[in-house]
Structure formats: structure tokens, C-alpha cells
Design a binder for this molecule. Structure first.
Ligand SMILES: Cc1cc2nc3c(=O)[nH]c(=O)nc-3n(C[C@H](O)[C@H](O)[C@H](O)COP(=O)(O)O)c2cc1C
Length: 203
């Protein structure tokens, strides 16, 4: 069983959530879990102006996703920061190149799942995940979220991401807040949950 984690992360929050998703999925027997990042679309000088240079350097070693990677996976878990309540442009551009796969039905029946991050607590995490699901449904994917059996999403004793739609983290207005233990637990749970369901679908 192959689980692919496809992500974009400008400042490292989604990257760190992606590692936790990998940990969770990797705990399931026979799961071969691979992470890749979608190609960058912004020029270097823009990334520098956005203060993203360090975080970009730190993930330079991560393999860049290719369309064929999607085809060979049984499950694909997507991670994107929110941009005005939607997925980021880098992810959109990658997905907009999947028309050829769509025409062949290459992703039909695969498991799809999404996690996200935003600067503010109510800055569009749910809309980002739910609007992402539309693309996955057009591809005929079977959507998996983060069930309430991950009880950490019910916490109100601390600020936390996480909803039935998927794991999430709150980066803060200045981007300095990194994913909390609870948010990383949610990401691990989602990874494991996706892998367990995939194992049932593709025994
Ligand atoms: C163009 C742009 C639009 C953004 N839109 C939102 C938004 O609608 N709501 C929000 O809370 N954060 C928004 N953010 C903040 C990002 O979501 C945040 O930097 C990101 O989640 C951090 O994750 P990363 O380090 O993995 O990139 C936006 C950032 C940029 C650059």
C-alpha cells in the first residue's frame, strides 16, 4: 500500500504537519509512505520579500512531486496553507496539470484527504479543506477526514486547529506559532486513519 503526502509550505508549518501525517501513516502495517512538495511557482526575489527564504532552504532536499507519483499511490494526503480561504496557488497549479489523469480516470477510487494551516483561528481552515475536496471529488477520489474519534479536536482548554474535515494548525499573524502537540497528534491520527482505510480498500 502506497500513501503519498503532497504538500506546499512557505514557512514550514505545513511541512511539520506533513512529517506528523507521515509518522501516523507509517505506523500502519505495509504502508509505504512518501512525502513530496509541489513545485514552487514564485520567483526567488518574491520568496525573499515574503521572508520565506530560510524555510525554503530547509526543505530544499524534499523531492518535488511528479504527476506519475499520484498515479502510483493508493492514497494521497494533501497539505496546503490557506490563501484567502482556499488552497495555495502552488497546489492549484499542480492540480490544474492533472487534466490528463482526469481524462483517463487515473485517480478514481483512490483515497484522498486534506490538512491545512492558516494565520488566524477563523481564517478559513474549513473552507480551504472543503473547497479542496471538490477537486478530489472530480477525480473520483474517496474522501477521508479527521473523525471525532480524534477527541483532541474537541479541546477548548487551549487554542487548537483540527476539525472533522482534517487536521490543521494556526500559525499566528506573525507566523511564529508552530504546530502544537495536539495539532501534530491530529495530523498523526489523520495519517493513520487514511492508511487504515486504504488497507481495507486495497487489501
Ligand atoms: C497571499 C496570502 C493569503 C493568505 N490568506 C490567509 C487567510 O485567508 N487566512 C489566514 O488565516 N491566513 C492566511 N494567510 C496566512 C497563511 O495561511 C500562513 O502563512 C500559512 O498557513 C503558514 O503555513 P506554511 O508555513 O506551511 O506556509 C495568507 C498568506 C498569504 C501569503
Amino acid at each position: 500500500m502506497k500513501v503519498l503526502i503532497v504538500y506546499y509550505s512557505m514557512y514550514g508549518h505545513i511541512r511539520s504537519m506533513a512529517e506528523a501525517v507521515k509518522e501516523g501513516a507509517g505506523g500502519v502495517n505495509d504502508a509505504d509512505v512518501i512525502i513530496c512538495r509541489v513545485p514552487e511557482t514564485l520567483p526567488e526575489e518574491v520568496l525573499i520579500k515574503m521572508g520565506a527564504q530560510e524555510a525554503q532552504k530547509a526543505q530544499a532536499h524534499m523531492p518535488v512531486c511528479k504527476l506519475e507519483d499520484l498515479v502510483s499511490a493508493d492514497a494521497i494526503i494533501f497539505g496546503t496553507p490557506t490563501r484567502f480561504g482556499n488552497m495555495c496557488g502552488q497546489m492549484r497549479q499542480f492540480l490544474d496539470a492533472t487534466g490528463g489523469l482526469w481524462s483517463k480516470g487515473s485517480l478514481v477510487g483512490k483515497v484522498g484527504s486534506v490538512f491545512t494551516s492558516s494565520a488566524t483561528q477563523h481564517g478559513g481552515q474549513e473552507s480551504t479543506i472543503l473547497s479542496f475536496h471538490i477537486t478530489l471529488l472530480h477525480h473520483g477520489m474517496v474522501i477521508v477526514g479527521l473523525p471525532y474519534s480524534f477527541a483532541g479536536q474537541m479541546r477548548i482548554d487551549e487554542i487548537t486547529g483540527g476539525s472533522p474535515y482534517g487536521a490543521s494548525t494556526i500559525a499566528g499573524g506573525d507566523g511564529k506559532r508552530m504546530p502544537s502537540e495536539n495539532e501534530l497528534d491530529a495530523a498523526r491520527f489523520q495519517g493513520r486513519h487514511v492508511a487504515e482505510i486504504t488497507a481495507k480498500l486495497f487489501p
